[in-house]
Write a protein that binds this ligand. Structure first.
Ligand SMILES: [Zn+2]
Ligand SMILES: [Zn+2]
Length: 432
C-alpha cells in the first residue's frame, strides 16, 4: 500500500520507540507533551488504525479498491520530509515575483555562539531572523546613500549537513530596495562582502546583547569582536541562483529544507549506537558517523521548532500586500537598468498524492484495475471522529439526484490530514 516507504524507516521508528522515554529523562527539555505527541504521531505515521484513512472504490464496476493511510506531516518525521519539501517549494514559489531579481544570502554565526542559541532558543530565534533583515536593509541603505527597504523571504535552518546544531539564515533578498522618500525602486548590482560581514556581526551581537542581558553574554560578545575582526561569515551564492527557466524555489529547497539526515542514510543500529552517512557541505564528500543513540535522537529533535514557530517569514516589501502595490514600480526600475528577466521564476504546483504514487510505482493508484476507470472517494475514517464521509450515505442523501456539491478535498479551511504517500490535503470541515 505504501510503496514509497524507504527501507530505513522502520529502523528510525524503532530507535524512537525504544529510546524516547530514556532520552527525555536525560534531557528534560524535551520532556513535554508537545514533543511526546510529535513522537507519537511520527510513530503512527501511515498506520491507518492510528492515523485514519481514505478509501477509494470504483463506482462503475464495484471491483477496484484503494486505501490510503494518513500521514503525520510532523517536522520530526523524515518520511514526510519529501512532502514537506514539495509544499515548501510551492509556497515559496507563490511569493516570488516574475521580473524581480533576487539573491540568495546566507548569514551564519561562529561556533562559540551556538551553545547560547541552543540554550536560549525560545527567546533568540525570532529576534535572530529580524536582525538578519535589519542587517540587509542597513547594507542596501549604506550602499545607495538612501534609506531603503528591501524584500525578504527568510528561512531559518538550525542544523548543518551532519545534523549538528548550527543555526543560520537563508535569505532570498531583492537586489536593492524601495526608497520611500523618492518613491523609487533602487537596484543594486552587487553586495560588498566586507561591509556585509561587518554589518552582520554588529547586528547579530547587538541583538544578542539586548535580548539576553547577562554578564556572560557581554563577555561572549566582546570575545566575538576580538576574535572575528573581519566580521562573521556570510555567503552570497553566486552565479547559480537560477535567473531563468529553473525554479529558484526548487534550487533553494536543496539548501534549506532538506532534512538533517536522509532516511536512506542510516547504515546501522545495534540498539545503542547509530551509524549514518551524509554528504558534507564543505568537502562534497560522503562522511560517515557513528553516535550514541541519544545523540542521534538529539540531532533529530533539536531541529523541531518551538510550538507555533513560523519557519518561513516574509519581510519588507516582500510582505504580501506591499509587494503587489510595488511590483509595477520595481519592474519599471529594473527595466531601466538591465531589462526585465522574463520567466525568471516558474510557479510550481505541489504534486498530488496520485502523481507521487504514480511516479514512485509507475502505477496509477486511483484507476480501477478491472475497468480502468477512475475510482472515487468511498469512505474517510479518522481515529477520533470515526467515519467522517461515506459514499453510501451521500447517495442516500440524494447526492446524485440533486447534483449537490461533491466532497471536495481541497480548498476549505479546517484541520488538514495528509494521506500516506502524498499530498491531498483533506479538510475535515469540508467533508462533514
Ligand atoms: Zn510522517
Ligand atoms: Zn471498475
Amino acid at each position: 500500500m505504501t510503496a514509497a516507504t524507504p527501507p530505513a524507516w522502520s529502523v528510525f521508528k524503532q530507535i524512537f520507540a525504544e529510546h524516547w522515554d530514556g532520552f527525555t529523562r536525560v534531557y528534560p527539555r524535551y520532556n513535554t507533551r508537545y514533543y511526546d505527541s510529535l513522537v507519537e504521531q511520527m510513530l503512527g505515521c501511515g498506520n491507518p488504525d492510528k492515523m485514519g484513512y481514505i478509501e477509494y472504490r470504483c463506482l462503475h464496476c464495484g471491483e477496484g479498491k484503494h486505501r490510503v493511510a494518513m500521514r503525520c506531516k510532523t517536522s520530526l518525521c523524515l518520511r514526510c520530509a519529501k512532502v514537506y519539501v514539495d509544499n515548501w517549494v510551492s509556497q515559496v514559489s507563490k511569493m516570488l515575483h516574475e521580473g524581480v531579481i533576487y539573491r540568495h544570502i546566507v548569514l551564519t554565526m561562529p561556533a562559540m555562539l551556538r551553545n547560547t542559541f541552543y540554550q536560549q532558543a525560545k527567546d533568540v530565534l525570532s529576534p535572530f531572523i529580524r536582525c538578519g533583515v535589519r542587517c540587509l536593509d542597513d547594507v542596501w541603505s549604506r550602499l545607495s546613500g538612501k534609506s531603503l527597504k528591501g524584500g525578504y523571504i527568510v528561512v531559518m535552518q538550525t542544523h548543518g549537513r551532519n545534523g549538528q546544531y548550527n543555526p543560520h539564515l537563508h535569505i532570498i533578498a531583492t537586489s536593492g530596495g524601495w526608497d520611500p522618500q523618492a518613491k523609487q525602486w533602487r537596484h543594486l548590482d552587487y553586495v560588498p562582502y566586507r561591509l556585509l560581514r561587518k554589518k552582520w556581526q554588529w547586528h547579530l551581537l547587538t541583538m544578542l546583547r539586548q535580548t539576553v542581558k547577562t554578564k556572560e553574554i557581554t563577555r561572549l560578545v566582546d570575545a566575538c569582536y576580538t576574535r572575528y575582526r573581519e566580521g562573521f561569515v556570510t555567503n552570497v551564492q553566486k552565479g547559480d541562483v537560477p535567473a531563468r527557466y529553473q525554479s529558484l524555489a526548487r534550487y533553494l529547497a536543496k539548501y534549506v529544507v532538506s532534512p538533517p539526515i536522509s532516511l536512506r542514510r542510516i547504515d546501522r543500529y545495534d540498539g545503542q549506537r547509530v551509524t549514518y552517512h551524509y554528504r558534507s557541505h564543505t568537502s562534497e564528500r560522503v562522511e560517515r558517523e557513528t553516535v550514541e543513540v541519544y545523540t542521534f535522537i538529539g540531532r533529530m529533535v533539536q531541529h523541531v521548532f518551538p510550538k507555533g514557530y513560523q519557519r518561513i517569514r516574509y519581510y519588507g516589501v516582500q510582505a504580501t500586500k506591499t509587494f503587489a502595490t510595488l511590483k509595477g514600480l520595481i519592474q519599471e526600475a529594473l527595466a531601466k537598468v538591465k531589462g526585465i528577466v522574463k520567466g525568471a521564476i516558474k510557479i510550481i504546483a505541489p504534486m498530488t498524492y496520485r502523481q507521487r504514487y504514480q511516479r514512485s510505482t509507475g502505477r496509477d493508484p486511483l484507476r480501477c484495475p478491472s475497468c480502468q476507470r477512475d475510482m472515487e472517494v468511498w469512505r474517510i475514517w479518522h481515529p477520533t471522529y470515526g467515519v467522517i464521509y461515506e459514499e453510501l450515505k451521500a447517495i442516500a442523501r440524494g447526492k446524485y439526484a440533486s447534483q449537490a456539491p461533491r466532497a471536495d478535498p481541497a480548498g476549505s479551511p479546517g484541520r488538514t490530514f495528509w494521506p500516506t504517500a502524498g499530498g491531498i490535503p483533506l479538510s475535515l470541515s469540508g467533508l462533514q
